[in-house]
Design a protein around this ligand. Structure first.
Ligand code: SF4
Length: 91
């Protein structure tokens, strides 16, 4: 099995799987500056990246952990990825 290239990530984005979101609303309580609920109570996330050391990142991590539906994830922000370029990537 191939090992993915090592990357150093300093910023993250909140990814929401809208199909899994059940509208519990816990995430918006944990991280209100990056997650709000729409008119039907489903989560909406900010596209702004979260940087290491920011309080918002710690709160976003709590929101990811608290989501009972597993609908939230922190993924490396595309602009923060370092390391070998992937085949076909445009620099
Ligand atoms: S806690 Fe999870 S399921 Fe509930 S609103 Fe937030 S993302 Fe959706």
């Amino acid at each position: 099995m191939a090992t993915p290239p090592a990357t150093t990530t300093s910023s993250w984005s909140l990814h929401l799987d809208g199909a899994r979101c059940d509208g519990h609303g816990i995430c918006a309580v944990c991280c209100p500056e990056r997650i709000y609920l729409d008119a039907w109570g489903y989560a909406v996330t900010s596209p702004s990246p979260l940087h290491e050391g920011e309080r918002s990142l710690a709160r976003a991590r709590r929101a990811v952990a608290a989501c009972p539906a597993g609908a939230l994830a922190l993924v490396p922000s595309p602009r923060s990825r370092r390391g070998p370029a992937l085949p076909g990537a445009v620099a």
